[in-house]
Each structure stands twice: as C-alpha cells, then as structure tokens.
Design a protein around this ligand. Structure first.
Ligand code: ADP
Ligand code: MG
Length: 684
C-alpha cells in the first residue's frame, strides 16, 4: 500500500523523464499528484443519436464501424485513417490524422463510443480525431465528465489522467480527513475521499460542485489555521518594551493635523510597542492616505524610547523619496537620518554600514540592501517596510531576525477587500487608514474611445501648456503582431506621441529596462525634465510626482480594477486639479461595468470589493501578490462565502485548541505544520 508521501515514480508509467515533467508542475509525491486538480472539465456525459447531433456540437455517439478502416496518404508526412460509423439514425465519416495505429485497433463491426466535435456540411456528417473506446470500458474516458489538466512538455492528458487515477486508487484510502467532524457537518462539506475522487472524476456536476466546495474550504481553512497559529506564537514571544512618550508632541511639529485615521493607526502601533509583545502590524491605506506620516510618528516614538529604526522601500527611487521626506520631517527634531541603497558606491555603503553598526543613525532609509547579511544594527527597535505588494512571509521573518526582535510595521497601498484581508493578513494585526487628508481632491475619471484621440491630444497639450506633466500607460512593452487584437505598446506609442508633440519631451520607461536606466528616467520625470512619460505598469509603484496632473491609460480594458486604481493614484498628489482618462474601444458589458466603477468612485476599498464581486477571489489568490504559498483555489474558483466560513471556523477552532494538540486534530496539525515548513523554506 502506497503512502501519501510516496514518490510519483511509484506510479506505473512514470519513469525518470515523466517524473521530471511532473516536478515542473509541482508534483513530487502521490499526495501532490492527487492534489493536482483539473483546470477545467469536458462534459462527455451526454449521448445522442448521430442524426440529432448539431453542427459543432460535442457529444458521445454509440455507433458500429461500417467498413474496414483504410489508410490514405494525402501527401508526405500526412496520413489519414478513414472509415464510416453508423447507428440506427444515420452515419458519420470518421477521420484520424497521423494516428495510423488506429487502423489496427478498430475493425469493421466493432461497436464503439466516439466523443468528438460533429461537423455537418450539406448532408455529410463527419468527426475528426474523436476519442473512442468500448462502451462501458472500465475507468473510461467517455460517458462521463472528464478532467482536463494543465500540462507541460513531456506530459499529455492521457498520462496525467491515468496517473491521477492510479494515485487515487493507491492512496485514496490513506487520505485522512483533516477537517474535524463537527466543522464538516456544520458547514455541510463532503468527506475528503469523496472530494478527491470527484474533483478529478466527477460522477455528475452536483458531485463536482460539492467536492469543489469542500476542497476550497479545506485549503483556505488550513491557511487560516497556519496564519492564526503564527500570530498566536508571535503574541506569546516577548518584544522590546519601548517607554511611552506622548505622540502629541510629534503631531505638534507638523504644519497640519493628522487625520483621525492616522491618529488611530499610530495609537494602535504604539499600544503594541509598549505592550511587551513584538509588533507585527500592517497599515493598509489607499494611496495618498498618509501612511508615511504614521511611520514617521512611530520612528520618532522609537527614537524617543532610545532605539533606532530602519525603513525599507521596494525601489531605489522610492528609497530616495522617502529619505528626502523623512529626513525633512525628522532631522529638524534631532534624529540622525542615514541612507543605504544598492545604488550607492562601495565606499558609501561601507561608511553607512559602519555608521549603523556603531549606532550613529537613528533612522536609516534604504532598499533591500538594508537587510543583506553583512549589515549589523545597533539597538534596532523598529523596522518599517513600504511595499507595493506584500513581501513573502519568510522575507519578513528575515527582517525580524536582525537584532533583538524589532517591531515590524508593514505599509501596503494595495487595498484588499476586508473579507480577503482576514485570510491574507491573518498573521498580522491590521490598521486601516480609511480617510484621506482634508482638501484632497478627487481625480476626475473619464472613459473614452479612439474617436476622442484628437481631443485627447488637445487635452495633453493644454495640461503641459499649464506647466503640468502627463503619464501615459500602455499594456505592452513592444509591438506584438501575433496578438489577435492590437494593443498599444509603450515603445511605439512613445514614438507616436513624440511625432504628435515635437515641441514636448517624451520619455519611455518599461519593465524590460535595467533598474538603473529605469530609475534615471523616472528621476528625470520627477524632476520635471520630461513632459510626457509613457510607461508600462512599472510606474504602479508609488512614485510621487506632485506636478503630474493627467494619467492616460491605453487599452484600459486590459487592466484589473485595483491596478487601474493604483495607476490613477499616481496623479492628484499635488495641489493641481487632476484627471484620469481610460481609453478603451472595447464595448463588452463586463468591461464597461468595470470602467464605470472607476469613473464613479475614488475609494480604493470600494473598488477592490467590486473587483472581488466581479471576478471572484481566485484572481487575488492567483496573482501571487500576497506572498502566500501557491494556492489551488484560484483554479477551483472560490467564492466569498466559503472564504468567510473557512476564516470563521479556523478562528473558532484555534480559540478552543490553540496548539491543535487534541488527538482529533492531529491530521490538521500535520497539514498546518507542513505549511510552516514550506514557510521556513521560503513562501516565494
Ligand atoms: P501614502 O504613502 O499613504 O500614499 P503619503 O504618506 O505619501 O501617502 O502622503 C501623501 C501626501 O499627503 C504627502 O504629501 C503628505 O505630506 C500629505 N499628508 C499626509 N497626511 C496629511 C494630513 N493629515 N494633512 C495634510 N496632508 C497630509
Ligand atoms: Mg507612500
């Protein structure tokens, strides 16, 4: 009897080569194999008499082979096997291309089931390359719903399907049900064995749906338990206790007052830092909500308490910007602010590292360079990371590994629907800044089509004439002739704009450039040396160019709502009235609905909720922007209800059994720990 951990090579038909192909798909053990869920299904469960099949329809037919299959050479390299099959209603010409062996396997008089696409021209009916087998063949591939798997070179559907079939037969009985009985019953979920069987080989569509629900629940539930336990362990570990100081003293130094949301977020973080527990807090706030200011307040608080802080930005240019902002705010108060980025010369870096080690900086701002192995800190009390998307859970633990457990504050500008945040950020405490600083104007957003091109150019000219700058975002880097629809490419579009506006300076930046080149083009734009910056989504990252007042997104239908919102956040950051123009010729109702939401609201959380409603959570989990291990729910198509239930049940269970140490929870505990081990090896 095979075990779940048995190597896939144990399967008949999987040798060294095929095993390697399976490895590429993430399948190593039998458990991986049976957890390799189909990406879709083909409904081969319907049978019809030949005469009733419609043109283009895919169904099964039961037919008798009416003549002897013959081999026809059409030309070199192209051979056909042809024959006619009949039932009581009619006949169909069947052809196999370059599958000569069929001739030997099919004989006149055979009674077979064929599944394929019927083509009708005039009175002639034909099928090309249908699947065939004896009716009622054991573990057959007709007369049922058939799985379709993701493949890679070296594997075909048949091999994967047969391997999964064997895998289920070999270890299906060894499959423990990790869901506690009460939860399974409470949530009306089917048993593990049933779910794994029917997700691959569904008895019918109802069985498929029941299985899908169970497996999505299971995956989210395990994740929620794992993150919940991480949080539980963290809470029980001691952290630096910072002596309290009154934040009011810091707020008073500002030219404006903090918003209530900023005060609340800062107060929540301060409560963590004086509690004796290590802080691990996420500040979620829309672009422009003033997260940096909250970070500055906490850096000040840490300094007051006698500790230093490190602030990590995702790119060089953002590190420079944060360095300028933070030292502008904090240096006058007496903090010594330093910088450490990859772009600095070897000598500068050496000096910065020495200064960090000897405690000469109260705050250091930098990039990943801050946490490379040879950097040592003195009295590091707080680590702030500003990220476009979430870092891997393990990357964050590398930060925490520096010094004596500094407090960690993570800032994220990607609004995530609350229902999802509960799961995705289950290991962190979350503060939400749900209020913008006063006087912030909304970015007026419009959707236009190609017919507005002239007027759009006029608008660009007008904005630049008033001294403003313009972002233009395209979905592609370069021209691609192979695409069925023509999409704007940054490079081509920049050339076109340069021709249309000979008097203006146009630059282009995209993800295929070297980081240095990218940074210098962005820096030139930020410095006002360029009028129009044509870019791909590389500019999504929060660069601050207060003088930019117009964001144009070409082929807006190609972008997700949250992405459009991030892009729009690049303008409206100064005192100038700002605009976002979404250019799209696509008039499908779904696209129109999405773009309308953009025009209606500037609230990132509402937009992300709408995005979730329109597209389902699969996209969030599939995008890998959350730093969590790869999930199958994206493939299975989770819905929000299951998400919520899994989260609630996990929380409830951990309250009763925080260590999952009750005997009945052993299989669950094992799965949760497997996820932790994965974490130790790096989630990303
Ligand atoms: P985020 O990082 O959340 O996108 P920032 O921290 O960069 O936002 O803040 C955006 C701008 O708003 C900055 O120029 C900042 O100085 C300003 N700002 C922040 N908080 C306030 C406030 N309470 N009142 C007025 N302006 C503020
Ligand atoms: Mg910011």
């Amino acid at each position: 009897m095979a075990e779940l951990s048995t190597d896939v090579r144990y399967i008949r038909g999987i040798g060294e080569k095929k095993a390697q192909a399976f490895h590429k798909l993430g399948v190593f053990s039998l458990y991986d194999l049976i957890s390799f869920f189909p990406r879709r299904y083909e409904d081969r469960s319907q049978y019809k008499p030949i005469a009733q099949v419609l043109d283009g329809e895919q169904v099964c037919i039961r037919a008798i082979v009416a003549d002897t299959p013959r081999l026809v050479r059409v030309r070199r390299g192209m051979e056909l096997v042809k024959f006619r099959a009949v039932d009581e209603s009619g006949s169909v010409d069947i052809t196999y291309f370059n599958q000569n062996y069929v001739k030997d396997n099919i004989n006149r008089g055979d009674s077979l089931v064929f599944f394929g696409r019927m083509e009708i021209s005039g009175t002639r009916r034909s099928m090309a390359n249908p699947v065939y087998e004896q009716e009622g063949a054991e573990k057959g591939v007709t007369g049922r719903i058939v799985p379709v798997y993701r493949l890679c070179a070296g594997l075909n559907q048949r091999t994967v399907t047969q391997s999964v079939r064997q895998g289920l037969d070999l270890c299906g009985d060894a499959l423990p049900d990790i869901l506690p009985e009460e939860i399974r019953e409470d949530c009306k979920l089917v048993q593990a064995r049933y779910a794994f069987e029917n997700i691959h080989f569904p008895a019918d569509f109802e069985a498929l749906e029941l299985s899908r629900r169970r497996l999505i629940f299971e995956e989210l539930f395990v994740l929620a338990c794992a993150l919940g336990r991480m949080r539980g362990q963290r809470v029980s570990e001691g952290g630096i206790v910072l002596p309290g100081s009154d934040l009011e003293e810091f707020w008073q130094t500002l030219p404006f007052s903090p918003t209530n949301a900023q005060r609340r977020a800062a107060a929540q973080a301060v409560a963590d830092m004086v509690s004796g527990r290590v802080m691990s807090r996420l500040i979620q706030g829309d672009v422009g909500s003033g997260k940096t200011l909250v970070a500055a307040a906490l850096i000040w608080f840490t300094w007051k308490g006698g500790y230093s802080s490190a602030f990590m930005a995702p790119t060089e240019i953002l590190a420079e910007q944060h360095y300028a902002t933070l030292s502008g705010m904090l240096a006058p108060l007496g903090l010594r602010v330093g910088k450490l980025t990859g772009a600095m010369s070897a000598k500068e870096k050496r000096l910065a590292r020495a200064a960090l080690k000897s405690g000469e900086y109260d705050l250091v701002v930098g990039t990943h360079a801050l946490f490379s192995g040879d950097v040592e800190y003195s009295r590091l009390g707080l680590v702030v990371t500003d990220e476009q998307h979430r870092f891997g859970v393990s990357q964050r633990s590398a930060l925490i590994g520096k010094g004596e457990r500094p407090h960690v504050l993570v800032m994220s500008a990607t609004p995530i629907p609350r229902t999802l945040a509960l799961i995705i950020y289950g290991d962190l405490d979350v503060s939400v800044i749900d209020e913008l600083p006063p006087g912030r104007q909304k970015v007026d957003t419009f959707t236009v089509d190609e017919s507005y091109r002239q007027r759009l150019n006029g608008f660009i000219r007008k904005q630049v004439g008033e001294g403003r700058q313009v972002f233009v975002v395209c979905p592609m880097v370069e021209e691609n002739e192979d695409l069925p629809v023509k999409l704007k490419s940054a490079q081509e579009h920049a050339k076109e704009l340069a021709l249309s506006f000979p008097e203006l300076s146009v630059a282009c930046v995209h993800g295929k450039m070297k980081a240095k080149e990218k940074d210098s083009i962005m820096a030139a734009f930020a410095a006002g040396e360029t009028d129009i910056l044509v870019a791909t989504t590389v500019i999504e990252v929060g660069v601050d160019v207060p003088n930019a007042s117009l964001m144009i997104v070409e082929n807006a239908e190609r972008f997700g709502l949250s992405q459009l919102h991030q892009l729009r956040g690049r303008v409206g950051r100064g005192q100038h009235k700002s605009y976002c123009i979404l250019v799209s010729d696509n008039d499908s109702e779904e696209v129109r609905a999405r773009l309308r939401i953009m025009c209606r609201t500037n609230d990132g959380f509402r937009i992300s909720e709408e995005d979730l409603r329109l597209r389902g959570p699969g996209d969030f989990f599939g995008s890998r922007q959350h730093g969590l291990p790869e999930m199958h729910v994206a493939d299975l198509g989770a819905d929000v209800n299951v998400l919520q239930k899994a989260q609630d049940q996990a929380r409830h269970l951990l309250e009763q059994d925080p260590e999952l140490s009750q005997p009945g929870h052993a299989p669950l505990r094992e799965r949760v720990e497997a996820l932790f081990r994965l974490n130790a090896a790096g989630f990303n």
